[in-house]
Design a protein around this ligand. Structure first.
Ligand code: ZN
Length: 170
């Protein structure tokens, strides 16, 4: 595992995530991915890929697990949580783990294994390292000038309303 040394319980939790991924074989509208959010050795929430079922392109297993964990715990930040995933998260789910302040990520199959079976994760990881001009999302446009100033002012107005000084995170 690339992020930290394995610990004995990793295998048991990964086995649960993999079992969740197998639901796709029986449940219509699922794709073969499963994830668990674990805090202090307790499974807080699980997620399965529900993109087709919910008609939601963001309803990946890890995102579903984060949503369920947030709902159960009544908070969106999950410091101390471990995300166990049946396979290496796609870029969106990886960043969702960052947004949630998940402390550790452990996965079983790799992006290569996922790609071999027809999913685009690997391509999207490659895409993110390509210059904008070479990406397949051809309408990715950033404007300068007045429009940017108006949008940036909306951000600054929000920051000014905070009860504490907002720290730039550049
Ligand atoms: Zn994903």
């Amino acid at each position: 595992m690339p992020f930290s040394p394995e610990i004995p319980e990793d295998h048991a939790f990964l086995a649960q995530a993999i079992e969740l991924s197998r639901h796709a074989l029986e449940d219509e509208g699922k794709t073969p991915f499963g994830a668990l959010v674990v805090i202090d050795g307790e499974v807080i929430a699980t997620g399965t890929s529900s993109v087709i079922e919910l008609r939601d392109p963001t309803a990946h297993a890890e995102v579903m697990a984060l949503r369920a964990a947030g709902s159960k715990l009544g908070r969106h930040l999950l410091e101390g949580a471990v995300m166990y995933s049946s396979s290496e998260p796609c870029p969106m789910c990886l960043v969702a783990c960052y947004w949630a302040h998940v402390s550790r990520l452990v996965y079983a199959a790799t992006s290569h294994d996922v790609a071999v079976n027809g999913f685009e994760d690997f391509q999207y990881y490659r895409e993110l390292t390509a210059p904008n001009s070479e990406r397949t999302l051809l309408e990715e446009v950033s404007v300068d000038g007045e429009t940017r100033k108006i949008a940036a002012a909306a951000l600054a107005s929000w920051a000014d309303k905070m009860p504490f000084p907002v720290e730039p995170k550049l």
